[in-house]
Design a protein around this ligand. Sequence first.
Ligand code: G6P
Length: 466
Amino acid sequence: VVSNRGPLSFSLDDEGNLTSSRGGGGLVSSLSPLVRGTGATWIAAAITDADRQAADEGLIEADGFRVRSLAVDPALFRMAYDVVSNSTLWFLNHGLFDLARRPRLGRRWWEAWEGYRKVNRRFAETVAEHAEEGATVLVQDYHLFLVGAWLAQQRPDLRAVHFTHTPFTGPEDLRVLPSSVAEELLVGMTGHVACGFHARRWAANFEECCREVLGFTPRSFVSPISPDRDEIVATAQSEDCGRELERLEVLLGGRQLIARVDRIELSKNLLRGFHAFDDLLATRPEWRDKVVFAAFLYPSREALPEYLGYRQEVESLARYVNDRWATPGWQPVVLDTSDNYCRSVAALTRYDVLLVNPVRDGLNLVAKEGALVNRRHGVVALSREAGVWDELGATALELNPFDVAGTSDVLAGALAMPPDEREAHASALRKLAEARAPSSWLDDQLRQADADADAVDGGGGVPVVG
Ligand code: G6P
C-alpha cells in the first residue's frame, strides 16, 4: 500500500524514543482496519520530524502494520503537499476554485509542480526498490497520481492499481491546468493497471478527461469503501465513549440533537450548515430552545491560508448564531474543535438528525458510520453531491448543499418526523450502510490487479459494485 499519510504517526517520548500512534485523516481510518495484520508493507511519507527519524529505521513493525516511512526533503514535500496536492488538485476535484482569483499558476507554482513530480518519483523508486517480484501495489489518492507510470517503466512485473478517494473533475474544469500538466497527470494515472473511485460519477469524469486529453478510455472501476462495523461499534460501546455521551446528554438537557462530524474543510460546506440552522430558528420559532446543533470539527491543513481563514469564518458564524438566539440555559450551537474521536462517535450514537452537506465529496464515511452506530432512529440529511449518495440516497433525505433555505426545510422535516417513520428510515439506512462488506473494497482492488487486461471491456470501465 502506498499513500501520503501512513497508518502510524510517530512522535518522540521524554527519553527521545520513537513512539507511534494512529495516523490521521479519512483515508487512514478507512484503510487501516483492512490492511492491519495482512503482512502488506505500507509506504507513506514522513510528515513530522519524528516520522523522518522513523524513516531512518527502515521497516517498522507496530500495531499490526509493516510501515516504511519515506523521508523527502521537507521543503520539497511542502511544495508537493501544500501547493500541488492540497491547493490545486484538491480544489480542482472538489470544484472549490474561486476562478476570479485562484488558482494563480505563477513561477512558484511551477516549482511546486516539479516538487510534486519528484516526490511521486521518490515514492515510485522506493516501491521499485522494496517490492517483491510480481507484487501488487495499491497506490492511494491524489498526492500520488504519477506513481503508476514510473513504476510501469522501472518494474513492469508489478501490478499497480490506483484509487482516488476524492471526486474527480470533468474535462471542462480540467482545462484550468496547463495542458502539459493535465496530460502528465492522466498519463501517470493510466500507467496503473486500473483506476478506482468511490462513485460512478467520478469514474465517468476521469474516463471523459482521458478520452478528451489522451484520446482513449482507460480502465476504471467503482468501489465505495465501508467502515469496519465491528470496530466502530466497539468504540461506541467503550467506556470513554460512554463518558462522552453522558457529558453530551448534560449539555443537551433532553433537547433534540442535530450533529455533524467533519474536518474543518472548505468542501464540507460548514458555513451553509450554520446558515441553514439559523434559518430554521428564524422561520420556525417552535424549535427555539428545543434543539441543539453540535458540530464536531477537527482542524486540518492549517498551513494553508484558505483553511485558516475558513476556520475563522466558521467560528465567527457559530458565535453569530448563538448571539442571535441563545437564551439563559440554551446554547443553540455547540462548536467543538477538540478533535476528540470518542466524543464524535458518542455524538453519532446520539443524533436525532445527522447533517452531511458537502459541496462535493469523494464518498463521506461519516454518513455510513452514523447509520451504523446511532441508537435513536436518527435521520440522515445527505448532500446529493457526496459519493455515498449512490448507496444511501434511496433512503437519506436529499440536500442540495447550495440551497440554504431548502436545507433548513429538510432539517425541520427531519426533526418533526413521526417516530414510526424515523424507525423505518434508520433501519433502512443501516441496511444500506451494511450492504457492502468492508473487505469488498480491498478485494476489488486486488481483483483489478489480477484481472487480465485483455479480458476487460475497454469501453466503459469495470463497474464492480454489486
Ligand atoms: C482526505 C484525503 C486523504 C487525506 C485526508 C486528511 O480524506 O482523501 O488522503 O489524508 O483527507 O487530509 P490530510 O491533508 O490531513 O492528510
